[in-house]
Write a protein that binds this ligand. Sequence first.
Ligand SMILES: NC(=O)c1ccc[n+]([C@@H]2O[C@H](COP(=O)([O-])OP(=O)(O)OC[C@H]3O[C@@H](n4cnc5c(N)ncnc54)[C@H](O)[C@@H]3O)[C@@H](O)[C@H]2O)c1
Ligand SMILES: O=c1ccn([C@@H]2O[C@H](COP(=O)(O)OP(=O)(O)O[C@H]3O[C@H](CO)[C@H](O)[C@H](O)[C@H]3O)[C@@H](O)[C@H]2O)c(=O)[nH]1
Length: 326
Amino acid sequence: MILVLGGAGYIGSHAVKILIESGESVVVVDNLETGHLASVNKKAIFYQVDIRDEEALTAVFEAHDIEAILHFSANSLVGESCENPLKYFENNVYGANVLLKVMRDHDVKKIIFSSTAAVYGEPKIVPITEESETLPTNPYGESKLMMEKMFKWSDAAHGIKFVSLRYFNVAGADKSGDIGEAHTVETHLIPLVLQVPLGKREAISIYGDDYPTKDGTCIRDYIHVIDLIHAHLLALNYLRAGNESNIFNLGSGSGFSVKEVIEVAEEVTGKPIKTLIAPRRSGDPSVLIASPEKAKAILKWEPKHTNVREIIEDAWRFHINKPNGY
Ligand SMILES: NC(=O)c1ccc[n+]([C@@H]2O[C@H](COP(=O)([O-])OP(=O)(O)OC[C@H]3O[C@@H](n4cnc5c(N)ncnc54)[C@H](O)[C@@H]3O)[C@@H](O)[C@H]2O)c1
Ligand SMILES: O=c1ccn([C@@H]2O[C@H](COP(=O)(O)OP(=O)(O)O[C@H]3O[C@H](CO)[C@H](O)[C@H](O)[C@H]3O)[C@@H](O)[C@H]2O)c(=O)[nH]1
């Protein structure tokens, strides 16, 4: 049995669907703070539980024979984390503490964890390898780095093996259009851009056009959620094969600017997208591009949907299908 924490969220709901399609039995735990019950595949067993509730989490571990955990549950808004850092340490770090305690007490030894490119902060060298310095510029990234260290020391003391996957910019949606990214508070570029052709937003603000990039706007590495989840399945096999704990970047290795994303979204939707030039958003690095070479070499991961047009087409299919979310 695989336990998916945060399985009602954007990325977690895709993981649940793909795990079930690949023949796994899945239990989902989610407190529904930002997730949607309707996004959880009906073949999964669902518990509305907060991972910080040790008693309730223990009951889930006692009800099921859990082999491995995919841990997506967290707060993950960079701006909010700067305004309310303690919320991030409370949910992400304390939540991991409770989880590791329950794992230790129930002899569960495998966990795959959602980390982030935000652990690197402003990179000195691009593309970013796993050896790059980790200097987060916001409490969200700091909380994820702290969690990585908690996993490292829990491995040393209790033999809990982990794979930490440092995601770059996750986007796109399942090809069915049934599940996708539907956050009540949306901060991510692609879903916000698509709100304009959906008629839900007048214009998209471009946060800064004076960066030292080819068109002055920030460059990011967009990774399709389906490719991202396939890396989790490979990480699960990696741990099942008895390998050591490890950390991998997950990105496509190529970058697209904010303006390029908007242009492609205009082509995909067939509608003009009005833009406004806004001030830079604080803490935004100009260029974030992953080196995915380690995941390719060790996990044998090969992202297949790296074209930003395909990523936007798949996101658009979901938004057309569910214009008001779940
Ligand atoms: N979306 C990205 O581009 C991106 C990039 C890097 C890392 N990540 C990480 O990936 C993970 C998933 O991100 P997402 O975009 O799907 O976010 P999301 O908010 O859609 O999903 C998180 C889920 O966890 C649940 N949750 C939060 N706190 C919980 C708690 N204490 N107990 C139980 N459930 C809880 C929420 O209700 C939600 O369903 C997060 O850990 C995030 O930090 C996301
Ligand atoms: O309305 C908007 C929203 C975003 N942007 C720009 O679009 C780019 C992408 O922004 P997102 O908010 O979509 O993503 P981030 O790169 O800020 O952050 C994401 O990727 C990070 C790692 O790269 C972390 O993992 C973080 O959790 C995740 O939200 C940035 O340059 C941002 O300034 C705009 O111009 N206008």
